[in-house]
Ligand binder design. Structure first.
Ligand code: NAP
Length: 231
């Protein structure tokens, strides 16, 4: 397939469940991929020789700077997995994401897509009991909007409902803006597809939106969902 996007894309959180779908969908479209991974072995086992690997942690400015160097876009599917330590919400969802955004801007990256979550603006939501994860994500979102929402740079922030595992393009989706959705789920593969599409779909530029499944219904493309978003 001819590539629809020219430029190399860094995937942060690539060895995670959503991030690995991001890598697969980038490769599907013939887009060169670099991943930032804590474990080179894990990344190599998952992706083979088809992707470039930068080994490192999101805590290390040096690792992050090496990872973004020479990339034209970044897709972040980073996510915390423990209440404290290097995989905590403050370390990963806020500080790690902010470090990545700043390093990307410094390196000349043009577009950043980030996987966030529904309910990030609701500090009182029960999910926030886990290390204030929603608040941490919201702070990173705000930083991304500030840094990449200016000049000729761009961002796309995807706020999915509860994540499930399944093949992409198998569901009709519901998109919304303003953080009004309280529940619902979506396949990680569709979140990944939306993040990848944001690289070249003009209406994805500088958008923050929520997304969940509506019903099982095969889709030929998810691009049209971006037409439903307002500025
Ligand atoms: N679960 C849900 O229902 C739900 C709902 C809405 C939004 N979300 C959000 O969606 C995103 C993706 O979720 P997921 O379930 O696909 O995540 P996941 O499988 O837990 O993957 C998280 C990724 O982040 C990486 N990571 C964590 N700490 C790191 C560090 N210090 N340095 C470098 N990489 C680090 C992990 O690396 P390793 O592979 O090395 O561990 C992994 O690649 C997350 O932001 C999550 O909060 C989740």
């Amino acid at each position: 397939m001819d590539s629809v996007y020219s430029g190399k894309v860094l995937v942060a959180g690539a060895t995670g469940k959503t991030g690995s779908w991001v890598v697969r969908r980038l490769l599907h479209y013939g887009i060169p991929v670099r991943v930032l991974a804590r474990s080179e072995q894990k990344a190599r086992e998952m992706f083979g020789e088809g992707v470039e690997i930068v080994t490192g942690k999101i805590q290390s400015l040096g690792d992050v700077a090496r990872a973004v160097e020479g990339c034209s876009a970044v897709i972040s599917a980073l996510g915390s997995s423990s209440v404290s330590g290097e995989s905590s919400p403050s370390e990963v969802d806020r500080d790690g994401a902010i470090r990545l955004i700043d390093a990307a801007e410094k390196a000349g990256v043009r577009h950043v897509a980030m996987v966030s979550s529904i309910a990030v603006t609701k500090w009182y939501h029960p999910l926030n009991l886990f290390g204030r994860v929603l608040t941490m994500k919201h702070e990173a979102e705000e930083h991304l909007r500030n840094v990449f929402g200016q000049r000729d740079l761009s961002y796309t922030i995807i706020r999915p409902g509860g994540l499930r595992d399944g093949e992409p393009l198998q569901h009709k989706l519901q998109v919304d803006q303003g953080d009004r959705i309280w529940n619902g789920g979506i396949d990680r593969s569709d979140v990944a597809e939306l993040a990848v599409l944001s690289l070249w779909v003009p209406k994805a530029r500088n958008k923050t939106f929520e997304v969940i499944d509506e019903a099982p219904e095969p889709q030929t493309s998810l691009e049209g969902y971006y037409d439903l978003l307002h500025d």
